[in-house]
Design a protein around this ligand. Sequence first.
Ligand code: UTP
Length: 473
Amino acid sequence: MDLESIRSEVKRRNQEHLFTFWDELNAEQQAQLLEDIARIDLDTLERLIPTHVKSSPATAVGSVPEPADAWPARPKPSQETKYAEALALGQKLIAEGKVATMVVAGGQGTRLGFDRPKGEFAISPVMNKPLFRLFAEAVLATGERYGRPTPWYVMTGPTTDQPTREYFAKQDYFGLPPEDVFFFCQGVMPAVDHAGRILLDQKHRVALSPNGHGGCLLALSTSGALDDMRRRGIEVVSYFQVDNPLASPVDPLFMGLHALTEAQMSAIAVPKADDLERVGNFARVDGRLCVIEYTYLPDELAHARNPDGSRRFDDGSIAVHAFSRTFLESLTCGEGSIALPWHRAVKKVPFVDIGSARRIVPEQPNAVKLELFVFDALPVADRAMLLRQDRGECFSPVKNAEGVDSPATARRDMSRRAANWLESCGVNVPRASDGEPDGVFEISPRLALDADQLKGRLTELPTIRAGDRLYLG
Ligand code: UTP
């Protein structure tokens, strides 16, 4: 489109203020502004302004939610054969190259306050390995274990895309074949004020932010990642988020149960830390498995108890999923593809005030951001599977700089898990009076992806003294 058409299109949408400073901009800045505007889905934005900006969409959960049915972390005796079958099937699918893994790393990581992509954050308790390295080693080790490389799809965001690609290149892809790592960048949405006017971050830059982890669904299709998966014969896609160092990029039991139950989409649940923990809650609504965000779960349900005193809604989401590739295609490709619901968040977003031309850093939330959530695809699936796992085995997110869900708690939990694995192999791990391991422990994914593998790999049991820092690699 030429400049005049873009301007009149923007004007037609009542967003002509975006061109207020046009005449002050140099040619490069003008090009940048046009590029930003071109990235905006103006149709979708216009549709959402009355429902999601000027008012809030209904957040009440439709019918009364029921707790979700789930496969237990440890099978009951009657389920042991099924679990063994699922594990064998998962291993077979991985060995046949039918499983891919996907990490979403397009978020802004504002709470952590780290100025590089979150995946570069050094997290492991002894060696300080960054998140990307840990996951890359796990993907590499999976390939070695099953004799076939697992392709890895890495979703970046507009600000993390270039740095992430450069980082992987600088690290020689951590030893992975570069042709098995596929980067794709998610879409954006502009922040708008409460009247629905798009905010300028600078005179020549729109205040754009990534469109939520649910943006991965469309981006998989538009980037060609789904085509690549089809070409490779991928049947199951494992999904995890970059901020959980305990996440397993490819869990054979989970992949196998997903396939054995012929699920289209699956999820992992862990017991919640407390009634109001800021995680999604699995529930069954109108017979469909879904995730109710903590902000949407009514308090009386969050505090509800079973007759034995246990929490009624205790299945917290750790944002680990499995998708059948054909389900991803039905969600994102062509006629009849499903539009996920948009969510609004009111946030503080710096902006250029049109009247005074000054950039303002607000002290109060001033803008609406619009996002898609990946778990909204769950109720779309006719067949969905939920597997419970031990929290200490698979979940310790890095969200905040300090306190809960911080680097300190993630390092503690990585060290705790390593200590548990060592003990399960018969190693004597000293413990302090509060029961915590006395020392700091780290096991490289290259050595073992789980406690069982560690058993086979430990030719000699290490002797550990209180306070030791032990790395097994
Ligand atoms: P969060 O919702 O915790 O957001 O993302 P964040 O961007 O990491 O951190 P804050 O909220 O700004 O502090 C959970 C996961 O989803 C990914 C993130 O990279 C993280 O792995 N994500 C989030 C995306 O890939 N894209 C998004 O638009 C949002």
